[in-house]
Write a protein that binds this ligand. Structure first.
Ligand code: NAP
Length: 282
């Protein structure tokens, strides 16, 4: 399994996304089992947010992690931009900690930029680190200009990760954002790495090259898509799965290595951007 370092902690590069878990009460047990299937294989990272079902996804996480050693887990939560001010962030964080049933998060992200001054969010994040409620903080949906502004602020460079949309059909960040992040050793957390089960793109699962690679690797097209997001270092990928079967498949995709000629063929079929593109988000 590939690994990635975040906040100086070495982690398996396949994590567990949770958006839309908890939406249907009838699926609760299967969703809990889906997360546990990953943890039982050695997955450590769980990515959730106060936004997801307004706490419902966090509560699926709470039930899934019961009985697991907390210090083996790396739990990421996110604060909504409207809640990222000095008082509301603390309230949101306390609520999320209570929903997940833990007394700290390993990483707390600003979900996307809003109107509250970044400096206020950074100051409050640092306060939460000092109080031990979070081990580290980061950002999400940040582009080059956002990071540059962040790094110019007092304590802004304490940001330990940026979470952005990244999959075979959305390579925009490779033009300038990813190189900048590499230069600053800021890891990428790749969200929607399966293009939401190909719903975003609609052309990946039927693509002949991806199907051929899947056959060659005795894998599914989804596993190929996921492995591609991990072909370079410094990336954590966080596919969302609602079933133990999907979670296991995603975990195993962390072992797939592409040959140079396979990577070349993929780059030809899904080209890197040759100019700046607006940051893709969901
Ligand atoms: P995704 O992980 O790209 O795709 C999830 C979809 O793929 C689900 O429909 C899932 O089906 C399916 N799937 C998963 N594993 C599969 C497999 N092995 N074979 C076939 N289908 C499979 O989409 P996402 O949920 O948007 O992104 C992942 C995570 O990133 C989210 O859950 C969330 O934690 C995070 N995220 C963050 C942001 C942000 O703004 N920071 C935005 C979007 C997402 P089942 O559910 O049936 O398993």
């Amino acid at each position: 399994m590939k690994t990635v370092q975040i906040n100086k902690i070495e982690l398996p590069a396949v994590g567990l996304g949770t958006w839309r878990l908890g939406d249907l009460a009838a699926n609760h047990e299967t969703e809990v089992a889906a997360i546990r299937a990953g943890l039982d294989q050695g997955a450590r990272v769980i990515d959730t947010a106060e936004m997801y079902g307004e706490g419902k996804a966090e509560r699926v996480v709470r039930d899934a992690i019961k009985g697991y050693q907390r210090d083996q887990l790396f739990i990421i939560d996110k604060v909504l931009p409207t809640n990222a001010g000095r008082d509301q962030l603390v309230k949101s964080l306390d609520q999320s900690l209570s929903n997940v049933g833990t007394d700290y998060f390993d990483l707390y992200l600003l979900h996307w930029r809003g109107t509250i001054p970044l400096s206020e969010t950074v100051t409050t994040m640092e306060k939460m680190v000092a109080q031990g409620k979070i081990k580290a903080w980061g950002v999400s949906n940040f582009d080059v200009q956002d990071l540059e502004e962040l790094w110019s602020l007092p304590n802004g460079t304490y940001c330990v990760a940026n979470q952005d949309l990244y999959n075979l059909d959305e390579r925009g960040i490779e033009y300038d954002l990813l190189p900048l992040m590499r230069q600053h050793q800021l890891p990428l957390i790749a969200y929607s790495p399966l293009a939401q089960g190909d719903q975003l793109s609609g052309k990946l699962t039927t693509d002949p090259l991806l199907q051929e690679l899947a056959r060659n690797h005795q894998a599914s097209v989804y596993q190929i898509m996921l492995a591609w997001t991990l072909r370079n270092d410094n990336v954590l990928t966080i596919p969302k799965s609602s079933t133990p079967e999907h979670t296991l498949a995603n975990w195993q995709a962390g072992e797939i290595e592409f040959s140079a000629s396979e990577l070349k063929a993929l780059a030809k079929r899904f080209p890197r951007p040759d100019h700046k593109q607006p940051l893709a988000t969901i």
